[in-house]
Design a protein around this ligand. Structure first.
Ligand code: ADP
Ligand code: MG
Ligand code: MG
Length: 893
């Protein structure tokens, strides 16, 4: 027997199942699952993803078993539907639909009504006794097939869709407004105009043989797996190229047969807010994508979601079909235990389900749905935690518009994707990308968006459209990206030609600033200030559940009492990195720092450092107090000293004047500090070793602040961290200085402070000799920014010149400065953890590089057995969630 390539479904049975997504694609697997559940699904079959890779390997050819099995598949449909493919009196029409293992909305196109030609059309119209319906289906088929298979597309971005142009001409010549006003005769003419246009542009006749049509459509779906939009989407979402797509061939059901027919899409809960309401839209006498294409205004399905008195819900219009839909959506949600995104069609009052999948949702909705499903007993806490994407909750932590700010709302559209965005107007996706490259903040304004716009949508702060509903392309994609979006703002008059938006007497041009409130659907003229959101309610519940599960502690990188407090509110359990040099720049301090640098001997340096001491002490006092009862890691001075001196002549002159010396003296000092590779030069512990008085001052400031707070009854846990250590001796040198000063200060204050002295592991040599370094170090903290720089030999400051090409060209999978390179740099980390703990069994180990808030890297830190990760304040909740998810994952292994 030959291998199985084709899986049938329909009539309450199926050969596939929901868990066969990799083989059948998401759409096919779920169509099979619905069939098995006894839900009415038009009969069909799925050609597996295996055939997609064969298709590419065999130069676009199919082997005999595939051809044979597709034939049998068509027979299977014919039997159930009682119609025959290509038959003139009783023709079967099918849809050909793509469906990849991971949902890729709008990435690949569907062909409907396939099987129509000048003969079968007669059967269709005779059978339905509806000429108009027949010709409407036929012109749709040519339009879709022409676009997807024969590549009749706009030739430039200014040009409109060639078929739409023809339709518009037809409507204009008859003074018609809506597509639905076209008569059977009009549509018949369209069919012939379409065919002529295709012949003229492509030189090819429109295929009349249904089997040729079928194989043409199947191959087009396979080809579309590698079209540019699909490639972009896959890259953005890390979907492997070798998965391939499946193809679904399915009997047509008709929502366009008359006024007792309809088609619609729905979410079982509100995808923007998560509110438990059946959230759908439908159109009477319509087919396929009409609902999302924004041709007519869709109507709400459910009475509870009505927003205007003039709306007619499906519930009131077709109560019987509605009740069936209500039963099915509840069944689906209970079955999948997740919010579903469904497609349905009603043909002559009978409901057919065409798709179900787990619905995309905003972060706010994700959190609310997860929590409420736990409360409803549908899922457990652990599942709820796994349902939230850590990166996604970023959306919840980010600012919203300041409610007290005055705003000039110029128009209102649909609140399609929440958030607040401010930027400059651009009208084309390419322009959005271009402007973004130049460092501009843009809002992409379109009549409607299409999959080609994905790149521009991705870089835009916000997206605004004048057409389309809550389920339009713009809305769905924006929600998935977490980008703010206002859709269907029909008051706007958008001119691509003049690059203007006009609304109520106001005209805005390309480049003007506007703001969008995606939660309210408001379009606002100019810029609006923003405020930080609160983190309570459902979010608080998820985080509390996550905290019960995770084993990693989460600290923050903070240099000021204010940042420390923000981070504490986000759940930080200490500071993992306080960079002292940031404190050197403020106000009078920089003067003292420069005095120290200019001093030619130790005495001069000590004098200047004495001026800095009270400032540093005050800083540490504030931070320790904000972080009372929690550990605070303070790193001693790290950057090369030249960073504190001015580079240009004017600032050097100013500095000279202030210090009462000549500009030449300043210049000389700058020259003498000049280094060829400053990042590998005189910095980190090398400074403290050559100038121990700097370390002494810092140790004194830390310990005086700590002792004082201890006396005040506040618990502090300073961890003094020596940077850029490569050998044990370097650390021993600095530790001796710190310990000596710490002893002195504790004696002076008459108190004891629980403090540690440790080091950053950021030089490969230190990682490799961690057993030796650990003889001195009381803790390790991985400085993975420098460790990555030195392991790869990429200068962090210069890597921008080639990293992008590396990533786009597939030489690197990701930017190693954002996502920890687990294979290479990760090995150094693992070695250091293992060797460090060989020497000091219970050593506290953490990470304080950028990677400490990146979910995949956090998971890695969990696996190698670190005690904590430390990241910027806004990433703390992300890290908490990522740590919990990894704990759950490893537990269930
Ligand atoms: P997408 O992946 O873009 O959602 P689909 O394959 O789901 O594409 O199809 C696009 C549209 O065509 C949807 O609205 C769907 O409901 C409709 N459709 C697909 N197959 C059929 C069919 N057999 N009968 C009627 N409508 C269909
Ligand atoms: Mg589509
Ligand atoms: Mg669909």
């Amino acid at each position: 027997m030959s291998e199985k390539y084709v899986y049938t479904f329909g009539d309450g049975k199926a050969e596939g199942r929901a868990d066969m997504k990799l083989l059948l694609g998401g759409k096919g697997a779920n169509l099979a699952e619905m069939s098995n559940l006894g839900i009415p699904v038009p009969a069909g079959f799925t050609i597996s993803t295996k055939v997609c890779s064969d298709f590419y390997n065999n130069g676009g050819k199919y082997n005999d078993p595939v051809v044979e099995q597709v034939k049998n598949g068509v027979q299977h449909i014919e039997k159930i539907m009682g119609a025959k493919f290509g038959d003139n009196s009783n023709p079967l029409l099918v849809s050909v639909r793509s469906g990849a293992p991971a949902s890729m909305p709008g990435m690949m196109d569907t062909v409907l009504n396939l099987g129509l030609n000048d003969d079968t059309i007669k059967g269709i119209t005779a059978q339905s006794n509806n000429e108009r319906f027949g010709w409407d289906s036929y012109r749709r088929f040519i339009q879709m097939y022409g676009d997807v298979v024969m590549e009749m597309k706009p030739e430039s971005k200014e040009e409109e869709d060639p078929f739409e142009v023809i339709i518009q001409e037809m409507k204009d010549s008859k003074a018609l407004k809506l597509d639905t006003e076209m008569t059977a005769e009009d549509l018949k003419q369209l069919v012939s105009h379409f065919k002529q246009a295709i012949k003229k542009r492509t030189g090819k006749d429109f295929p009349t043989d249904p089997w040729e049509q079928l194989w043409g459509a199947i191959s087009a779906v396979f080809r579309s797996w590698n079209n540019p939009r699909a490639l972009t989407y896959r890259k953005l979402n890390n979907i492997p190229a070798n998965w391939g797509t499946a193809v679904n061939v399915q009997s047509m059901v008709y929502g366009n047969m008359g006024d007792d027919c309809a088609t619609g899409v729905a979410f079982t809960r509100d995808p923007a807010t998560g509110v438990k309401k059946f959230y759908g839209e439908y159109l009477v006498n319509a087919q396929g994508e009409d609902v999302v294409a924004g041709i007519r205004n869709p109507q709400p399905v459910d009475e509870s979601t009505k927003t205007g008195a003039d709306q007619v819900t499906l519930e009131s219009l077709m109560p019987e079909a509605y009740r069936e839909l209500d039963r099915i959506y509840n069944l689906l949600e209970r079955h999948y235990r997740d919010m579903q995104d469904i497609e349905f069609t009603i043909q002559k009052g009978k409901l057919w389900m065409l798709q179900t999948r787990n619905g995309k949702r905003t972060a706010e909705a994700a959190v609310r749905i997860a929590v409420e499903m736990v409360e409803e007993g549908l899922i457990d806490e652990q599942t709820a935690i796994m349902r939230i994407q850590p990166e996604q909750i970023d959306q919840l932590l980010h600012p919203k518009f300041d409610p007290s700010a005055s705003k000039k709302v110029i128009a209102k559209g649909l609140p399609a994707s929440p958030g607040a965005a401010t930027g400059r107007i651009v009208f084309h996706a390419d322009d959005a990308e271009e402007w973004f490259e130049r460092g501009e903040q843009v809002i992409l304004v379109r009549i409607e968006t299409s999959p080609e716009d994905i790149g521009g949508m991705n870089v835009a702060q916000g997206i605004l459209t004048s057409r389309g509903g809550m389920t339009s392309h713009a809305a769905v994609v924006a929600r998935g990206m977490g980008t703010c979006c206002v859709a269907g703002c029909s008051d706007l008059n958008i001119s691509y030609k003049n690059k203007t938006i006009s609304v109520n007497g106001i005209t805005l041009k390309e480049g003007d600033w506007i703001s969008l409130d995606g939660s309210k659907g408001e379009v606002i003229e100019g810029k609006v200030p923003t405020v930080t959101p609160e983190l309570s309610g459902n979010f608080g519940k998820i985080m509390a559940w996550a905290d019960k599960k995770r084993r990693l502690k989460v600290r923050t990188n903070a240099d000021t009492p204010h940042d420390s407090e923000v981070a504490r509110n986000f759940g930080a359990e200490g500071i993992g990195l306080c960079r002292t040099e940031h404190m050197f720049f403020e106000g009078d301090r920089i003067r003292a720092v420069r005095e120290m640098i200019l001093a030619n001997n130790e005495a001069g340096r000590r004098k200047a450092l004495a001026k800095l001491l009270p400032y540093q002490k005050e800083d540490f006092y504030g931070i320790f107090k904000a972080m009372h009862d929690l550990p605070v890691t303070i790193r001693t001075l790290d950057p090369p000293l030249h960073e504190f001196l001015p580079n240009d002549e004017k600032s050097q002159q100013e500095m000279a004047d202030e210090m009462g010396i000549s500009r030449e003296e300043v210049q000389q000092k700058v020259d003498s500090l000049h280094e060829l590779n400053p990042m590998l030069g005189h910095r980190g512990c090398r400074l403290g070793i050559t100038y121990p008085e700097i370390t002494e001052m810092q140790a004194r400031a830390i310990m005086e602040a700590a002792c004082q707070l201890t006396k005040e009854g506040i618990k502090v846990y300073p961890e003094i961290m020596i940077p850029l250590v490569g050998t044990r001796a370097e650390l021993a040198n600095q530790k001796e200085v710190v310990k000596r000063v710490a002893d002195e200060v504790q004696k002076e204050f008459g108190v004891k402070v629980d403090y540690l002295v440790g080091t950053m592991i950021e030089i490969p040599r230190a990682a490799l000799t961690a057993d030796e370094v650990a003889e001195e170090a009381e803790f390790f903290s991985f400085g993975t920014n420098d460790l990555t720089q030195m392991a790869f030999g990429y200068s962090r400051d210069d890597a921008g010149k080639f990293l992008r090409e590396y990533i786009e060209g597939g030489i690197l999978p990701e930017d190693p400065f954002q996502v920890l390179d687990q294979t290479g740099v990760g090995q150094l980390v693992e070695i250091a953890v293992k060797k460090g703990r060989q020497t000091r069994k219970d050593m506290k180990i953490g990470i304080c590089g950028e990677h400490g808030g990146e979910p995949k890297s956090v998971a890695f830190c969990h696996r190698v057995g670190m005690n904590y990760v430390s990241c910027s304040p806004y990433r703390v909740p992300i890290a908490r969630l990522a740590a919990a998810q990894e704990a759950i994952r490893t537990e269930s292994k």
